[in-house]
Structures are given as C-alpha cells and as structure tokens.
Design a binder for this molecule. Structure first.
Ligand SMILES: [Zn+2]
Length: 360
C-alpha cells in the first residue's frame, strides 16, 4: 500500500504530535521545538523519548536507540500491546486521529500524486460498507473495573453531574493514581478502553485525560473509532432520529444528569474533530439531524480562533451535509466562557442554545 507518508508526516504540527502521543500514553511535555515523552516505543517508563519538530522524528535514548517517525511509533506501541498492525493501519490511525481531510486539505495535491486514489477509495468505503472497519478494536474484560470504588465525586457533583448518572455510566475512582476512571464501551457495550481524569494538579501538564493504567495494563484505544456513550444513547437516538455530539465525556454525563437517562441522545467524539467512522455509526441508526455541540474555542466573534473554529464547523458540513442535516449549537450572545461546552453553563442556557441552533 503506497501513499504519501512524508506529506502527512511533514504536515503535522508539534501540537498535533503532542496530542497523539498523549493518546498513546506517552505523557508528552512540549518544550517548543521538541517534546519529551515516556518511552512508550518499547514500553519503558523514563521520559527519554524525544520528538524534534525540525526533523519530524522521534529518538529513543534508551532501549530502542534509534530514530523513527510517528507511524513507526504507532506501530511500536500497538506491537507492545500484542497487536500486529500494518503500516496502512498506522497511517489510517493517524489520518483519522486528526481527521485529516483529504478532500480539502490535500485536494490540491490529489492530481499530482497518483497514489492518492487510496483516499477516495477510503472515502467511499466509509459510507457504502457499514461493516468495513480499518482498525479492529480490542475488547477488554470489564472485571478490572469491579474492584474500583464508586465514591461521590464532589467536583463533578458541584458542576451538576449526579452520582446516579456516574453510577449508571460505571464511573469509578482509581485510588492508586488519584484519577476518575471513565470506561469507554463500543456501540454494543463491549469495553474497548478506559480513560482517566487525573485529580493531581501537577500531573495535568501531561494532559488532564489519558488512558488508564490499571494493574500494569494500559487501556488505550483509538478514540476516533468510537463514540463515547453511544451504547447508552443509541435507542433514544434511533427513536428521535437526532444525536448531539459533544467533545468530552463529561458533557454526556451532564446531559443525562439534566435530562434523564431516558432522554439521553448524547455522544462524545472525545476530541475536537469528528471523523467519518463516527458519523457512519450515527447514520447507521437512521438519524436525520446531527447536532454539533462543540466547545466554544474562541474569545471573540471574528478573532483568529473564531475563524479556525468556524472553518472546522464548515468542513463538517461540507463532508457530511449530503448524508444528514447538520446543525450547530452556537453561542452568539456570549453566554458561555472560553472553551466551555454548550452544556457547561447551566441547563437553561443549554436549552436556549439548543432551541437557537443553527441549521445550514
Ligand atoms: Zn524506545
């Protein structure tokens, strides 16, 4: 399988690499022109894996003692977990992780790269063959969760997430690592990954959320190949033919706390992008409206971030608008704080934003 590996590699910013390494459990620290990461390449614990922005390469200064690119890193991490991925799998993982948009971002190159056909093939496959999945998810035994307690999480309760909903969603507490444990299930309720929200301020520099490590096993999964909470909300979504897509798990928990389990039509894409596979999951439930409820990622209407944010939303419409009606929850009147999800303010504000949602 040949397509332009270097093109993709060179297009990734150090922040994007930071995101994907965090997802792989590498706890990256961004030092501007380079990252230092946990040596996840060989399953080590020291922070001796470096990534250099100028060469776009990683170097492991302990066991591997070699340089390699992001695709090799994905392969190494998967292989450490007993998965035998091909380079093609690793590329699809990277492409999907960032929702790299071959129709837009790379459109201009399409004609000059003969091997670009692979992307149009991939695009078609997404919507014609429901069962096609490039990456096979690994299932975990959820017994590992049973040993973890379900205490009151006071911070969350103050924000409006009830204990009942936390229990219903099997939220746990990890007393060893001081983290809130968030199990991720696939649409059929199989455990496919576990994320952990650290409660240690100092550890937030490695990212507030990361894959949980319980009894020596890391429970990471490709977030783009799933929608958080879909196992719980799928029947309601099927009934009302609408789904609300949030960025984070907490928004789904808050939604169910406000509106009840029986009205829960929320899912979270667990990142700021929505990929084809996730849209396909929702289309398979017969939805007629896809409601985008992303975080307010701008300070002022018209600022630089606002332009990036609206471009991103427009892209979602360009990509999926022909398959389903897309609407946006948009905070015109500045009711939300910077980086707030539409549900973060309070129930009434959410309802207002919902009623005023914009349909393109
Ligand atoms: Zn290594």
């Amino acid at each position: 399988m040949k397509f332009n590996k270097n093109e993709i590699k060179n297009s990734l910013t150090i922040e994007q690499i930071e995101d994907i390494v965090a997802e792989l459990g590498g706890e990256p620290i961004n030092l501007g022109d380079h990252l230092t990461c946990r040596t996840i390449c060989h399953g080590g614990d020291s922070h001796k894996l470096y990534y250099y922005e100028n060469t776009k390469l990683f170097k492991c200064f302990t066991a591997c003692d070699e340089s390699f690119d992001i695709f090799d890193l994905v392969l190494k991490v998967q292989s450490n977990q007993g998965q035998s991925w091909t380079l093609y799998n690793a590329m699809m993982f990277v492409i999907n992780f960032f929702s790299l948009d071959f129709e837009n971002d790379f459109y201009n190159d399409a004609n000059s790269l003969p091997d670009w056909q692979i992307f149009s093939k991939w695009s078609k496959q997404q919507f014609t063959d429901d069962k096609s999945k490039i990456v096979e998810l690994k299932f975990y035994d959820d017994k590992v969760l049973n040993n973890l307690p379900q205490p009151h999480i006071l911070n969350w309760e103050r924000e409006g997430i009830t204990k009942e909903i936390c229990d219903a969603r099997n939220i746990r507490y990890d007393p060893k690592n001081y983290g809130i444990v968030i199990p991720h299930y696939d649409i059929n309720g199989q455990l496919i990954g576990i994320r952990e929200r650290t409660l240690i301020k100092e550890d937030e520099k490695y990212g507030k959320y990361k894959p949980a490590i319980l009894a020596g096993q890391m429970y990471n999964h490709p977030l783009g190949y799933n929608l958080y909470n879909l196992n719980n909300s799928k029947n309601n979504i099927q009934q009302v033919k609408k789904a609300i897509v949030f960025e984070s798990e907490k928004s789904c928990l808050l939604f169910a706390s406000y509106f009840g389990l029986e009205n829960d039509i929320s899912v979270a894409c667990c990142g700021s992008s929505l990929i084809s596979y996730q849209v396909q999951l929702l289309l398979s439930l017969g939805i007629q409206e896809l409601i985008i409820a992303f975080d307010r990622q701008y300070q002022e209407i018209g600022d630089k971030e606002w332009k990036q944010w609206t471009t991103k939303l427009n892209k979602i419409h360009d990509k999926y608008g022909k398959y389903v009606q897309i609407s946006y929850m948009f905070d015109k009147e500045h009711k939300l704080g910077y980086k707030d999800a539409p549900i973060d303010c309070n129930k009434d504000t959410f309802i207002e934003l919902y009623q005023q949602r914009i349909i393109i």
